[in-house]
Design a protein. Structure first.
Length: 644
């Protein structure tokens, strides 16, 4: 499998219920392949201070800092071995963005600090001086250790929009009365949202601009944004306001958090203006807000209110609080403020799920071997505890022709007519290894996916087919982390959407379907439901794991109930309804929607729900977040947190 860098992504799509396939968009160029002369020099891109595309007015300078983690075995040091970046595609060209801190027109400034040891993070600061020619540029670079080697994983690029520096431009580089010439994630014009009836007076809003979509800050830090909305309805706005959400709690038991700044009208009202906005008119506001006081990742949502009604258009800013606010920081207090009641999760605890990993993993009468890796396991004869299998000690289970089971491990040995269960003694996330059951996936290389979290069961089905299953019983989030339905190199908001639909699909099947009941599990580990590879998937898909953690407990609901969320590879420009593909009762959240980035392609997959290709490209090109992605493909749904 190809693990691409930043947004040059390779998407591996799998289709629940049907089949899996591999898709590689041809619109992205391949990474350059310089000669790596020393394998001890390896880098991994971490992040950058200004997201792509970087917007600069012609002739002006902007600095961007890019962080890389040293994941090799050699330190990056100054003194003839310093690390910097050279221009690529073509190599050693003179960059039109050559800035004052560069070593030369082909070579950026040096990596800071002077020594970056293995496991540490270095920062590359690049001053970009915009040329006079307006347009969109892509600047390609590759890291090198001077006089030693190119650095493996050191390819990166910057997308840069150079805007006119003419008179009358505002601070975002948008000419007055012209917002539709901007198409980047900093200043967005996205789909219409309608509030009100189809006929007659109608309040209708459209997102117009957002100066930043991601911010890193210390808790309590004051932050600045420029936001704007367009009146797309046929009703004049006599007054308008900007409304804010409450952040999610960063920790269980903490007090309510807030984005509120002293300049706000209340905890939820950012600004009110008695100004008229005519149809097709734009309003633009500079606002201030505070980073929530607790460390974590929070989404700041800003919605417009016109003529006393909150409209369904909004903009989201992901605020990463890198450290808690200072102890002396106090959130602002407003007079006559009504506290917003926090909605309690629907489930008290995280649920478990049972996965049918393998049918007849060994022949009848042969021994199935497993070994706990980081916690002892309680061994059960059905529901009866027979003893404890110590960590690292081999366990053996055999199904006999007469329907009985034999187990031996450590000082435990017994035969039973029940079933065999082995569960972690202390840590529910602990792992175990299966030794003589091999599971490989061709596009994942030679890796054997044979490590799983949670509990193991070995039991015969009740469907009269005399099959035995190796079942993995584990916590829901551990299951979601083991699902391999998309490439790790896909855009992060798409990966968040993918984790939510994977979680929702599994929970729906568990709660409302009985198709696996006679086999004693909820879902299969194949694309008959969703491809589940267990613990090993976590190591090769860190971006997906991060996305799943960011959306922990989120599920898709319609009228308050979790719904089935099928997804597939790509459409021919429009998705299909549930009824048109599988018949039965219509599902109002699964109706045809436009998938513009699939236009002109042949359909691959059943066509119902989320097109993975369209969603990934939409997230990349439009900067759309996972909530908006899901609401596009699943009509009329909401996202709810079912457990913390």
């Amino acid at each position: 499998m190809m693990n691409c860098f930043k947004f040059r992504f390779f998407i591996l799509f799998f289709v629940p219920v049907l089949a899996w396939f591999i898709f590689a968009p041809s619109v992205f160029a391949a990474d350059p392949k310089p000669t790596i002369r020393d394998g001890g020099y390896v880098a991994k891109y971490v992040d950058q201070t200004i997201p792509d595309p970087i917007i600069i007015k012609a002739g002006e300078t902007r600095s961007v800092k890019i962080r890389f983690k040293n994941i090799g075995t050699k330190s990056w040091v100054r003194g003839g071995k310093h690390v910097s970046a050279y221009t690529e595609v073509p190599r050693d060209r003179n960059s039109v963005f050559f800035g004052s801190n560069w070593v030369g027109p082909k070579q950026t400034a040096l990596m800071e600090p002077s020594v970056v040891a293995p496991g540490e993070i270095g920062t590359l600061s690049i001053d970009l001086v915009a040329p006079n020619k307006v347009g969109t540029y892509t600047e390609d670079f590759y890291l090198a250790a001077e006089n030693i080697t190119w650095i493996k994983g050191g390819y990166f690029f910057l997308k840069i929009n150079v805007l006119s520096n003419g008179e009358g431009d505002n601070e975002l580089g948008i000419k007055n009365n012209d917002t539709k010439n901007i198409g980047d994630q900093r200043t967005e014009i996205i789909n219409d949202v309608v509030v009100g009836g189809i006929e007659g007076p109608m309040l209708k809003a459209k997102k117009a601009m957002l100066s930043k979509s991601k911010i890193n800050a210390v808790g309590g830090e004051q932050l600045k944004l420029v936001v704007g909305f367009i009146n797309e309805g046929n009703v004049k706005w006599d007054k308008y306001a900007l409304i804010a959400n409450r952040p999610e709690l960063a920790s269980v038991g903490s007090d309510l958090l807030t984005f509120a700044d002293e300049s706000w009208e209340s905890n939820s009202v950012i600004k009110e203006e008695n100004k008229i906005v005519d149809p097709k008119g734009l309003f633009r506001e500079i606002i201030y807000f505070r980073a929530p006081r607790e460390r974590g990742i929070h989404t700041f949502t800003i919605s417009p209110m016109a003529n006393g009604k909150v409209l369904a258009a909004s903009v989201d800013v992901v605020v990463t609080v890198t450290e808690d606010a200072p102890s002396h920081y106090e959130e602002p207090v407003f007079k006559n403020t009504v506290e917003v009641k926090q909605i309690e999760p629907k489930l008290k605890n995280e649920p478990r799920i049972r996965v049918g990993v393998a049918k007849n993993p060994v022949e009848l009468g042969e021994v199935f071997r497993f070994r706990p890796l980081d916690d002892a396991m309680n061994i059960f004869d059905g529901e009866i505890l027979r003893g404890v299998l110590d960590n690292k000690v081999m366990g053996y289970v055999k199904a006999n022709a007469d329907g009985s089971y034999y187990f031996k491990g450590g000082d435990i040995e017994f035969t039973t007519n029940q079933y065999l269960r082995a569960a972690p003694q202390n840590n529910p996330h602990a792992t175990f290894l299966t030794l003589n059951y091999s599971r490989r996936v061709s596009w994942r290389g030679s890796m054997d996916f044979n490590i799983y979290r949670g509990a193991l069961e070995y039991r015969k089905t009740a469907d009269g087919k005399d099959n035995y299953y190796f079942i993995n019983d584990l916590l829901f989030e551990d299951y979601v982390a083991g699902i391999a339905e998309a490439s790790n190199g896909s855009p992060i908001e798409f990966l968040k959407a993918q984790s939510v639909v994977a979680r929702s699909y599994a929970y729906y099947i568990q709660q409302f379907s009985n198709k696996h009941d006679e086999r004693f599990f909820d879902v299969v580990a194949t694309t008959g439901d969703q491809l589940y590879l267990g613990y090993n998937n976590e190591g090769i898909a860190p971006n997906y794991i991060s996305a799943a953690k960011d959306t922990r407990g989120y599920m898709v609901t319609y009228d308050g109930d979790v719904v089935i969320t099928p997804y597939f590879g790509h459409s021919n420009g429009k998705t299909k309804s549930w009824q048109s593909v599988w018949g039965g009762t219509a599902k109002p959240w699964l109706v045809p929607v436009v998938t513009e980035y699939d236009s002109g392609r042949a359909q691959y997959g059943h066509g119902v729900g989320m097109s993975q290709r369209d969603a990934a490209i939409r997230a990349d090109k439009e900067g759309v977040d996972f909530i908006e992605l899901l609401k596009h493909y699943y009509t009329g749904v909401e996202l709810e947190v079912f457990y913390k």
